[in-house]
Ligand binder design. Structure first.
Ligand code: A3P
Length: 334
């Protein structure tokens, strides 16, 4: 999902204005940017990245006005790669001593959608003024490519956990999701495929997104952890342990013996989360009512390889060739 958070307005109105809420760019400059229709909301191309048009002004501010801190942990994901899952896992790991896992009244993951528990930088639930008020260390999220984030994010020592997904599955997940959230015309598979193939999908081109973080993870492996959805599906316990170590809060021997790490995996599993009342029945409206994100749309199947049930073999091969070409020489393979 792109940016879900319910209580943004409330938080906005209660805050002192630490940073001007005006953008540095007037609406006229946005109006001249290329825009395309097709997905559930129009997309606008800003600095080589297709952003949902209604979010462009907010995202333009991030590079200059978001103030990273050296101890920030940033979950950077390409959408539809398991952002909801990663947010849940990281939140459960970081807060594991504050809540009992089976205490329905108190563990926030049992009563809130994971997307609302980790704010998106500069978007709903994570406006920049609000982020300034959060105590350190902050757990934050973004779908923005590295190129649209402040450069200090790579020099201050912040830790970035990047998550992406096998592109054919990411595309199918995107297509289903957009058609679930739209309040208007649905996009057919062929049109969606053409746009995705051309790089025109939310936060696309996907290959630039993957590559920016991939290269950064090669240069600074201690500060950028590059993950794929498939490896969490394959061995969630290993990823949870690695993630805790990377974030700087490794599980103790005692915790592993008593199964705290396994509890994190269970609590954040597809079945557990998707069956909760909040995730079955909750949701939030966006883009002035053009989209409604029912939280259930964030939990479709949670499997790998579903693309074969929707795309032709030819489409699959065409996307594979593109991926091979775009990632050639980088060492990144799917
Ligand atoms: P599918 O559409 O293939 O089922 P994002 O959170 O980035 O929007 O990604 C959504 C994808 O992650 C969806 O994939 C969704 O089902 C899957 N997902 C969400 N929560 C999950 C979980 N706890 N375990 C596994 N997959 C999950």
């Amino acid at each position: 999902m792109e940016q879900v958070q319910d209580e943004t307005k409330e938080k906005d109105s209660n805050l002192p204005v630490a940073i001007s809420s005006k953008t540095n760019h007037d609406d006229n400059s946005i109006a001249t940017l290329p825009t395309r229709e097709g997905w559930s909301t129009p997309l606008t191309l800003y600095n080589n990245c297709w952003l949902r048009s209604h979010m462009v002004a907010k995202f333009m501010r991030v590079k200059e006005n978001f103030k990273p801190r050296h101890d920030d942990v940033i979950l950077a994901t390409h959408p539809k790669s398991g952002t909801t899952w990663l947010k849940a896992l990281a939140f459960a790991i970081v807060n594991r001593s504050s809540y009992e896992f089976d205490d329905a009244d108190h563990h926030p993951l049992l009563t809130q959608n994971p997307q609302t528990l980790v704010p998106f930088i500069g978007a709903q639930g994570g406006n920049l003024e609000y982020l300034e008020t959060l105590p350190s260390p902050r757990l934050l999220a973004t779908h923005l490519p590295l190129s649209l984030l402040p450069s200090t994010i790579t020099t201050l020592g912040c830790r970035i956990v990047y998550l992406c997904r096998e592109p054919k599955d990411a595309f199918i997940s995107r297509w289903h999701f957009d058609n679930k959230i739209t309040q208007g015309v649905k996009i057919d598979l062929d049109t969606a495929f053409t746009m995705f193939f051309e790089g025109c999908s939310p936060f696309g081109p996907f290959w630039d997104h993957y590559l920016q973080y991939w290269k950064e993870s090669l240069q600074r492996p201690r500060e950028v952890l590059f993950l794929r959805y498939e490896e969490i599906v394959f061995d969630p316990l290993k990823v949870v342990r690695d993630l805790a170590g990377f974030i700087g809060v490794p599980f103790t021997e005692e915790e592993e013996k008593s199964g705290v790490d396994q509890e994190v995996v269970r609590l954040c599993g597809f079945k557990a989360l998707s069956n909760l009342d909040i995730n079955r029945n909750g949701g939030t409206e966006r883009a002035e009512g053009k989209i409604f994100i029912g939280y259930s749309a964030l939990f479709r199947q949670g499997k790998t390889g579903d693309w074969v049930n929707h795309m032709s073999k030819e489409m699959g091969e065409k996307l594979d060739r593109l991926v091979e070409d775009k990632f050639k020489g980088s060492g990144l393979k799917f």
